[in-house]
Design a binder for this molecule. Sequence first.
Ligand code: PLP
Length: 476
Amino acid sequence: MDPEEFRRAGYAVVDWITDYWATLGQRPVTTQDPPGTVVAALPDAPPPEGEPVAAVLADLDRLVLPHLTHWQHPSFFGYFPANTSGPSVLGDLVSAGLGVQGMLWSTSPAATELETVLLDWLADLLGLPERFRSTGTGGGVIQDSASSATLVATLAALHRASRGRWRSTGLDRRYRAYTSTEGHSSIEKAARIAGLGSDGVRTVEVNPRTRALDPAALRAAIRADLAAGEVPAIVVATIGTTSTTAVDPLPEIGAICAEYGVWLHVDAAYAGSAAICPELRWTHAGLEYADSYCFDPHKWLLTGFDCDAFWVADAGELVEALTVLPEYLRNTASETGAVIDYRDWQVPLGRRFRALKLWFVLRWYGAEGLRAHVRSGVALAGGFADRVRADDRFEVVAPHPFALVCFRLVAGDEASAELLARVNGTGRVLLTHTRVAGRYTLRLAVGSPQTRPEHVDEAWHLLARTATEVLADLPA
Ligand code: PLP
């Protein structure tokens, strides 16, 4: 592809994306295809001769779009959002065009330094404690996902808990991780990868009303493990749990971690974005106890997947845990100790220039634009919850401080599951479900940049109408 061919094809691709976004609301949110539909439609082998980009775009329309779940759709209310936006896509495009690899400061100085500054900007925007800033002992880095952040935090915690022995001899004792019964599955995965085994994670009871971790139960678990000769290594507290967005009580959890010398990682994958709004920052009270913290701009801050912002209070400790230095990576800048080599802050060696999309987003929207996005989601979810509460066939099952509402039909699990299947079957909305205290619960998460009040209204009317049908069909 010569430069002029690239320019023409590039414009065509940008036009294609623009048209996709403009017509997204007219599509079904998701597909009802059986597995294998796309495989069956694709040729068995790549083309023997090259084809124009226009042919690929035509196949995107024909073979791909009809068979996608459209995460940017205004009526996508499933899971947590995975936002993207114009500036994010453009930043990613520049990153792809530059094609630099920022494993070391010396392999792309601007990639490293821009990332360091942006993570300090973000720390300011979220009101994070001073100890996470790069100007002190701490600092931030972009990971691909919150799962990677939890893994890296777990490894650093093991390094600390073993007084450095973990690096050379592996796990010499029984180390434990703690989270609530509502903690994300990535915590168990991190523990397994780190060699703790899935039973290395103690899942601590939650308050039945708030679904937040019970600090007394955490203390009891740590004491029991210590009495059995085991080593408490890391507590993962959550701000905004996946099922219901519960907020664990960081001040109490942090005090316990400080008392027992346990690493505290705070997973705010979804809800961290809310802290850019001062009125939602109460959720971060107690964060000064944390050794590490992460949130996903790719969930709710208009930055396309993948982009997790991860901070540590002591960058030296993290680097000590993870660094390996083969001869071929030695360079003068690293040896001065005056630069950051982000390869030592993550699992892979190589890394792409993810900071660019975040830079485009922060500059395009500014702090106020991002706050407006978060506030709009919170307000729409609040309005939806009011409608659910006003209909006595339904109940709201957990507090909803952010933009997720958990609710169900009072008639029970079977009716609630049937309601979800029927509304999703229309293709006009996508909601997902969870279980809260064992009971089937629907989740409606607002977050797509295109979602307006009318889309949430329409979702509510569809739910209310379908509930009438489901309840009428229930066996007497
Ligand atoms: N932690 C929490 C609380 C989450 O809700 C999620 C995903 O929804 C994750 C971690 C994992 O996020 P990621 O896909 O960035 O690994």
